[in-house]
Design a protein. Structure first.
Length: 262
């Protein structure tokens, strides 16, 4: 069990760690070109890349490097699971937990347009918004990989005995703003390519032209979709982390088994 692990202190991170993240970065980047892929495919590749890069540890105990990298690997697996779940047709639109509707400031506009027979405009906008999110999350991998890589071994060690989603919450607190900033232009490109920007513009224009509209709207669609997509990914990461901590079958590499128990 985690509480009984005897962590050997004062060991330095060796060259294998850098190799692991180089392999992981290349792995996920190469996967983007062929997304969507299945979660099983991503996790199988991750397991091979990380286990081969972190070999050579001794059987005398779990080192700082082992423990720190196990948390990082759990996060990497969560990212892979999240991307595989969301980066496919209906990953957002067909999932009631993650399906995006109109931004809060535009809900009244959507309801008003439905009431006057323009519901098809609203439906097109909602579908295209979700398609943009499904497409956009496929490009999140390198952003998350860099953020995981930046986590220090010391910080990672503190999370070993944390709550079921301690690593995810730490990761979320440290990287959300950076992730949104990097992810936002990707989402904008997806919104444009799926016509979400145009369909959403049609809603805003139609609503603002109504004689009964006194307060014109223009919510930031890009910011809304970016935030919702990032939140969905973090939710997936949290679920995978909790699964790894609680379920031995989810510890698919030797490193995770060694640190979290078999």
């Amino acid at each position: 069990m985690i509480g009984s692990i005897n962590i050997v202190t004062n060991l330095h991170v060796n060259h294998n760690i850098e190799c692991m993240y180089k392999k992981l970065s290349l792995l996920l980047l190469s996967g983007i070109a062929f997304l969507p892929v299945t979660q099983a495919q991503i996790l199988k590749q991750l397991g091979k890349a990380v286990s081969s890069a972190t070999g050579g540890t001794t059987a005398s105990g779990v080192t700082q490097t082992d423990a720190g990298n196990a948390i990082k690997e759990a996060l990497a697996k969560g990212v892979a699971a999240g991307i595989a779940t969301l980066n496919k047709k209906d990953g957002f639109f067909g999932n009631e937990l993650y399906k995006m509707l109109l931004p809060p400031d535009a809900v009244k506009a959507g309801n008003t347009l439905r009431g006057i027979g323009l519901g098809s405009q609203v439906d097109k906008a909602i579908l295209s918004i979700n398609r943009a999110a499904e497409k956009g999350v496929g490009y999140a991998a390198p952003i998350f990989v860099d953020a995981i890589k930046e986590m220090s071994i010391t910080d990672a060690l503190k999370l070993i005995q944390g709550d079921k989603n301690a690593a995810t919450e730490y990761f979320k607190g440290k990287t959300t703003d950076k992730l949104k900033a990097a992810f936002s232009p990707v989402i904008k490109g997806s919104l444009d390519s799926t016509s979400a920007t145009r369909y959403y513009g049609d809603i805003v224009t139609s609503y603002n032209k109504l004689p009964t509209t006194f307060n014109k709207i223009n919510p930031d669609l890009q910011d809304y979709v970016t935030g919702m997509a990032v939140n969905a990914l973090f939710d997936q990461i949290s679920k995978e982390e909790a699964n790894i901590r609680a379920n031995p079958a989810a510890r698919t590499t030797d490193l995770l088994k060694k640190v979290f128990g078999k």
